[in-house]
Design a binder for this molecule. Structure first.
Ligand SMILES: Cc1cc2nc3c(=O)[nH]c(=O)nc-3n(C[C@H](O)[C@H](O)[C@H](O)COP(=O)(O)O)c2cc1C
Length: 354
C-alpha cells in the first residue's frame, strides 16, 4: 500500500457516497494533470510480473484486473486508472443522448456488509462527449472498453437503434465494446436479455465492426437462461461474456428493497461466483469470459480465474480497499500462480474445470 487507506476511507465515508466519488474523481483527474505524480503512482502500483500478461481477442492485457463499468462513466479518468495498475479500463455505460439518471440519492453504502447499492440510472454525458475524450488518448497503453446502453426514453422495441448508434460511434476508437443489457436501473432493460434480441443485436453489430464485443448479463437470470442467451450471443458474433452485473436480490441485505437498484460488493460475492461457474462450464474454451461481481479479495479473483475467467473486473472492492487494491490482487494472483506451479496466467485460467 502507498499509505494506510483506512484513515482516508473513514473520512470519505463521512461524505455522501456520490460526493465521495466526485472528490475521488477530482483527485484522480488532478493527478493526471501532473505527469510526474502520475508516473510516480504508476511506478509504485504497476504489476511487473510478465507471467500475468496475455493476448485476448487481439488485445494485450498486462494483467487480468480491470475497472468495471460505472466507475468512469464519462471517460474522464482513464489515465489515472491506468496508473493505479489496472490492466484495462471499461468506460460507460454510455447512451446515445446525455441523461441525468435517477433522482438523488441513488447510491448507498452498506458498510458492515462491504457493499454498495446503486440506482444511478445511466447518468452520463452521452456517447459523443465521452468518445471525444477517448479519441484524445487512443490508442492507449492498456485496452479501453466502451460499455453501451440505451436511453431511458427509448422503448425496448427501438432499443436496437440506440445500440446501433453506440457501435457506429464508438467502434473506431474503443478497443472493445460491451452491450449492457443488465442494469437494473433502466426500466425493462433486463427484458432484452432474451435469445432473439441478443442474436439480432450481435448480427447488427457484426455488420458494422469486427472489434471485440462482449455481452454483460445479470446474475439474477436463471442460469439456464443465462447460458442460452450467452450461447446465442456467441453464435451471433459476441467475443465473450461479462458475468455479471449487480443483483436485485434484496433478501441479501435487510431493508435494501426500499431503495431498489443493484447490490454490489461482498454481498454479491458468492452469488456471482456460483452464477459464473455453470456458465464457464458450458462456455469455457468457446469464448472469453470476464468475471465481475463481489471480487473483494485475492482469493476471490484467483477462484474466478481458475473457474474460467480470463479477466476480472472490480468496482466496489476499490471503494472499500483503496487505490492499492489493484496491486494487492495482481501481486496475490502472481504469488498464487507460483505456489500452485503455473508458469503463466493462461495455464491457470480454467484450471479447475479443464
Ligand atoms: C455506482 C455503480 C455504478 C455502476 N454503473 C454501471 C454501469 O453504468 N454499467 C455497467 O455495466 N455496470 C455498472 N455497475 C456495475 C459494475 O460494473 C459491476 O458489474 C458490479 O458493481 C459488480 O462488481 P463489484 O461487486 O466489484 O462492484 C455499477 C456499479 C456501481 C456500484
Amino acid at each position: 500500500m502507498i499509505f494506510d487507506y483506512s484513515a482516508l476511507r473513514n473520512l470519505l465515508f463521512k461524505l455522501p457516497p456520490e460526493t465521495a466519488h466526485s472528490l475521488a474523481e477530482l483527485c484522480l483527474r488532478g493527478a493526471a494533470q501532473t505527469p510526474f505524480l502520475l508516473a510516480a503512482i504508476a511506478k509504485r502500483l504497476a504489476s511487473r510480473d510478465p507471467s500475468l500478461k496475455q493476448t485476448l481477442c487481439g488485445l494485450t492485457f498486462n494483467n487480468p484486473i480491470g475497472i468495471a463499468a460505472g466507475f468512469d462513466k464519462n471517460a474522464t479518468m482513464i489515465k489515472p486508472l491506468a496508473a493505479l495498475g489496472f490492466g484495462f479500463v471499461e468506460v460507460g455505460t454510455l447512451t446515445p443522448k446525455p441523461q441525468l439518471g435517477a433522482a438523488k440519492p441513488r447510491l448507498w453504502r452498506h458498510i458492515e456488509q462491504k457493499s454498495l447499492q446503486n440506482a444511478m440510472g445511466f447518468n452520463n454525458d452521452g456517447l459523443e462527449a465521452a468518445i471525444r475524450r477517448v479519441e484524445k488518448i487512443a490508442p492507449f497503453v492498456i485496452p479501453i472498453g466502451v460499455n453501451l446502453g440505451k436511453n431511458k426514453t427509448t422503448l425496448n422495441k427501438e432499443a436496437i437503434d440506440d445500440y446501433r448508434v453506440g457501435v457506429a460511434r464508438a467502434e473506431a476508437t474503443a478497443d472493445y465494446l460491451v452491450f449492457n443489457l443488465s442494469s437494473p436501473n433502466t426500466p425493462d432493460l433486463r427484458d432484452l436479455q432474451n435469445e432473439s434480441f441478443v442474436r439480432e443485436l450481435f448480427v447488427m453489430a457484426r455488420s458494422i465492426t469486427q472489434k471485440p464485443i462482449f455481452l454483460k448479463i445479470a446474475p439474477d437470470l436463471p442460469v439456464g437462461d443465462a447460458i442460452k442467451v450467452s450461447a446465442g450471443a456467441i453464435e451471433s458474433g459476441a467475443s465473450g461474456i461479462i458475468a455479471a452485473n449487480t443483483t436485485n436480490d434484496y433478501s441479501r441485505i435487510e431493508g435494501s428493497d426500499k431503495n431498489g437498484g443493484g447490490l454490489s460488493g461482498a454481498v454479491l460475492t458468492d452469488k456471482s461466483r456460483e452464477f459464473f461457474k455453470p456458465i464457464a462450464k458450458e462456455l469455457f474454451g468457446k469464448t472469453t469470459l470476464i468475471a465481475s461481481g463481489g471480487i473483494m479479495s485475492v482469493g476471490e479473483a484467483w477462484a474466478r480465474i481458475k473457474a474460467g475467467a480470463s479477466l476480472a473486473q472490480i468496482y466496489t472492492g476499490l471503494i472499500y480497499e483503496g487505490a492499492g487494491f489493484v496491486k494487492t490482487i495482481n501481486d496475490g494472483v502472481s504469488a498464487a500462480m507460483k505456489s500452485e506451479g503455473f508458469n503463466s496466467i493462461g495455464e491457470a485460467i480454467g484450471s479447475d474445470i479443464r
